[in-house]
Design a protein around this ligand. Sequence first.
Ligand code: AR6
Length: 252
Amino acid sequence: MNDKWFTFMEDDCLFLHRSWTGFGIYEVTFAAKETGFLITSVHVESDPDIYKRDSDMGEREQLREIIAHVAGEPMPPLLPILIQSKPQLEAVLGDITTEKVDAIVTAADTVLLGGGGVDMAIHRAAGPELRSHCRSLDGCALGRAKITPGFRLAAQWVIHTVGPKWQGGSHGEPVLLESCYRECLARADEVGAESVAFPAIATGAHKYPRTAAAKIAISTVRKTPTKVREVRFVCFDVPTLKAYQKAIGEAK
Ligand code: AR6
């Protein structure tokens, strides 16, 4: 610890927190190489209320200095660093079909042909081309995600994911729900979508308790490496919105 940074390691990850506020700013992961260690990823807090970001180059230099300070020795000058920011998170009340983001997520079933709830609303708004396109996808497994164009939607893409049915919580539901969020971010990264809107996956017909589902949504999006910069949780009712706002507040 020095006057600006409190640093600690957990497994292969170095955490750099601000000494005064305690806010986590950097998470740096390392991989062992024959000649030492290589930084494989760097996550930077991008909420401007917590940390005003420098340019990526400035950040790279700053990190090099901090890590050199922690390690007690200078870093090699051409160390490759992949800078990734954590996405900004917000929860809003609304209808996801009207969201002006790069990609919206739908809570689908395994055949991907537009069931009820948010999936039906998205299929209606996207037009029949979406169903025709989905027919060629050969469905989607539980906990996975597939991506299609948004057709008549404002969003360019629709990410279709299949959430778990709530069966009391001991049938793998949390792991499957977490997988839905990770898979959706992976699909978004594959097409370069930088803003993504999620509904409260599995909390409708599938009856996943909203508080538990919101916690998984927030924690998974915060810890998953992604190039997505903005994640909006679009809640259809006030209790769901409150659950998401609370989960976002607790995760800070
Ligand atoms: N915008 C935002 N959220 C919405 C909207 C909307 N337009 N409409 C509903 N929600 P659900 P699930 C919310 O049932 O639980 C379907 O039949 C809703 O209030 O759509 O994952 C599929 O075909 C709830 O908070 O999805 C599957 O078979 C959330 O979206 C099955 O239901 C999810 O509710 C999936 O069940």
